[in-house]
Design a protein around this ligand. Sequence first.
Ligand code: 9MR
Length: 395
Amino acid sequence: MVYTASCRTMNFEGLVLAGIFLATQHGAAFGQHRYSEAAQPSHNTPFSPDASLVRLKDLARKFDVFIGTASNAQYIRRDKEYVRILNEQFSLVTPENACKWTAIRPNEETFDFTDCDFVLAMAEANQQTVRGHNLCWGIHNPDWLAKYDKNSSALRSLLVDHITRVGKRYAGRVYSWDFVNEAVLKPTENGTYLKTNVWYPAIPDIIDLAFKTIHSIDRSAKLFYNDYGYEVINSKSDAIHRMVKTMLLNNVPVHGIGMEAHFFIHNDDGSHTEERLIDGDHKLGSPVPADWSSVEDNFRRFIDLGLEIHITEMDVSIPSITKYFLEKQADVYRNLLKICLKFAPMCKSFETWEFVDKYSWRTGEPDYFDDNYKPKPCFFAVADTLNTTVPVTNG
Ligand code: 9MR
């Protein structure tokens, strides 16, 4: 299957958008906050600083694309403004932590679905689509799991049991499930490409086992492999491409890939403030792609396999809050969204990992809204791109 990646962009200078709102709610914060000097819309968007907000989810409808965000049970419970914007702007949510092993499996005997149920119910009440996240991850697992280290048969039955229980409970209610999450290393000379963790190599066929197990339980959920640092063509995206191609050849049910898109912007001297490591030595944030055509080529080769692409966790850390860096940040959001829209609806979801800086897991103010919920240039860049891009018709 080959998709044409062409796309026309119209310039609607001064276009007045229909269905517009919210300026008054946000206006109060303007001028009182550390972002106030810089939080202007990007120079090349038609929105003025006082413009009312638009609804991203509505602007994306013409592309048949979801605008998503991670959503967190604890913020939903305590922050009304968070909930209001969550429901107003987003058509898709991923429970940030509520459906992970750490939340659902406080101990070996108990399944605690309280938070996962809560986030799903909130989403359903607001007609939002849900991405399930995640059914198997090598890190951030409950401590008790460590006692099964290297015990292959115990781990195998624990994993199958977990996927079965969770999958049955939410069958028909999630659009897609992420797993096995962040499993791939860059390939090494001996051909190994999966990370060593509690699951692997104890369960040598972990990927196939996990995908087949959930597929047998929830036929309607799309099954995604989700990872970071492979937005461009590099050795990691090569390895993941090979992996999913092999899965498809072997009839392992995989329907899509999640590209996390955690980026950071360097200082002009090449340094950056965020050096976050996971799994010991793997950086989670990636530098902004130097060549966006490599991202586009990468998307195309996965879509040519018939796989759906979701941008799953986008955020862009900046070294300091200046107009210069806020606009550079906006450019990154705009560039990735434009590529996604070229391939829509095979690129089906454009999702950020939270949407307000104060609740981001990262430093560097990486999200759409500042701490006072004032929209930043990256928000306007996304709104403008959705507004001014004409959907491509493939076929
Ligand atoms: O944002 C999440 C943070 O609150 C959790 O402490 C952490 C561990 O569960 O996971 C973060 O989300 C991760 C996501 O589940 C997978 N990709 C990387 C994200 C950032 O670590």
